[in-house]
Design a protein around this ligand. Sequence first.
Ligand code: 7RM
Length: 635
Amino acid sequence: MSNYHIKNLEEYFQVYRKSVRDPETFWEEIAEENFVWQERWQQVLDFDLTVPRVNWFKGAKLNITENCIDRHLYAHGSKTAILFEPNDPSETSQHITYKQLHKRVCKFANVLKDQGIKKGDRVCIYLPMIPELAVALLACARIGAIHSVVFAGFSATALSTRINDCDCTLVVTSDGAFRGEKTIDLKAIVDEALGSCKGVKSVLVVKRTHSEIPMVENRDMWLQPLLDSASNHCEPEPMDAEDPLFILYTSGSTGKPKGMVHTTAGYMVYSAYTFKNVFQYREKDVYWCTADIGWITGHSYIVYGPLANAATTVLFEGVPSYPDWSRFWAIVEKHKVNQFYTAPTAIRALAKERLDFAENHDLSSLKILGTVGEPINEEAWHWYNDNIGKKRCPIVDTWWQTETGGIMISPIPHATPTIPTFATLPLPGIQPALMDEIGNELSGNSVSGRLCIRFPWPSMARTIWGDHQRYKDTYFSAFKGYYFTGDGALRDTTGYYRITGRVDDVIIVSGHNLGTAPIEDAINEHPAVAESAIVGFPHKIKGNALYGFVILKETGEQRDPANLRKEINQIITEHIGPIAKLDKIQFTKGLPKTRSGKIMRRILRKIACGETDRLGDISTLLNPEVVDAIIEDVL
Ligand code: 7RM
């Protein structure tokens, strides 16, 4: 029996029990048998979750790109590593072999070096979904630079905040991006952002849209000529197991975004292990994850996990609706995709369209379907199962987070029987716990509570960049000795987990995690706005949509509400991006507040959801009378 590849339920239980009984031996065997190391570790695990301090494979030396590329060259050099499918279906797709990927990564790595980038430096990557994006990540990893990918849908303000937070000195971007029918001026956004990023010395620009763009002298350079003259050869930098591999920002419930730091060895081992098992990847399979590499799902399950397993991973530049809603299924047919991984919000959007978009394509290559990002509702699950998987493909409902680095709770296809809306069982090495509100762990089955993890796993984020205290406060303080996820969950009679959603102030809109605080901060900058509070409410396609309660200043009350609504969404678009726009904006005289001055979002949430008859106890409010006023005007 191999720990690395689980094939049936009995094996799962055996492996799981071993992983709990003796986590160190369990992970040590996996690390030893499935990766290449330049130097072996002295200790498998050293940790104290109260500090918190977590070290996996301490003392080991490795380079993740050697594991994702070099070691495959002998047996899989001519195999397609990255299968690029462009936005425009009439543009030819590209098959980048492991050999070609090796060359491209080495060249790019040398260009970074020529720009003075060295181990430990931070590089911001702001690119559309084109091969250079994956190559840029790997090129950073090759030389030990820490990449910080910023999703190319983010605004200039969001970009500059992230560049400054971790002091990036180099930015990789493109002239523009193709997204469906639109062409987006990415470089213009970067130029605007860099107006407030004094630390950035160079900008490397990939040519994609061939738009005319201004180049700033002594800062901006076209990438291609630099690549052309760079050497093919670049030795992989020896990295310590715990050297940071990347920073990826995620919204918090308060304040600025959190730069989650992932380190090298643990992240590699866990993303590779979970990719292999959750998607049951076999040598000739074509695997496709539709996420953007700007999110953790893209990092772990488009780039690192698949490449560490010598897989063929599809990289799609476009959107599901272009040229029409059959695009996903056309791609599945064209490339004979075997594993398909997407988000519930995409499934709901697709399910709303005509069925023949899917029916007109041959989907018989599909073996496994996956979902990630938010709870999947029963209706969407059945639509996916019936019309895409034709009831023959197991659906893996994978629960995890930016902070966890890899999939935590998920079925293993052909081992774990699936039930709609259940992420089912923890993967080997993962020890979930449910807690009640006063911090007691709930034992046994048929319980629900706050979802925590009781023991370290290799790919957990190690800190928040520049703010270890915040890392401790956010994840390790609510329940001493546990990692707190921020999610609620229930464990059913058989021990299966169902994730019920966030218990904090993060709202997931179309699979994007949005903190309410930054959106409120943006709105409050409008000269007519006094105060605001954002809550989520259920939305058929997006999962959740945003509802804003806004108190106007006196000057604002004289103004046309329709114009104000437009301006508020405009400010949000500028500060965060269009994904954070509000679906509903209600102007109100007051917000329900606790005596310590905190807005009671719980009440606003109920109002936004139309559950005004179940507001619960409002007697502790400072101003209970505003509640009735708000209900009267509800949209
Ligand atoms: C991978 C990713 C994390 C949050 C997480 C949950 C929610 C993710 C599921 C899910 C129910 C799922 N990272 N979430 N997957 N909820 N079922 N299968 O999404 O950092 O962007 O978001 O997403 O609330 O805490 S993330």
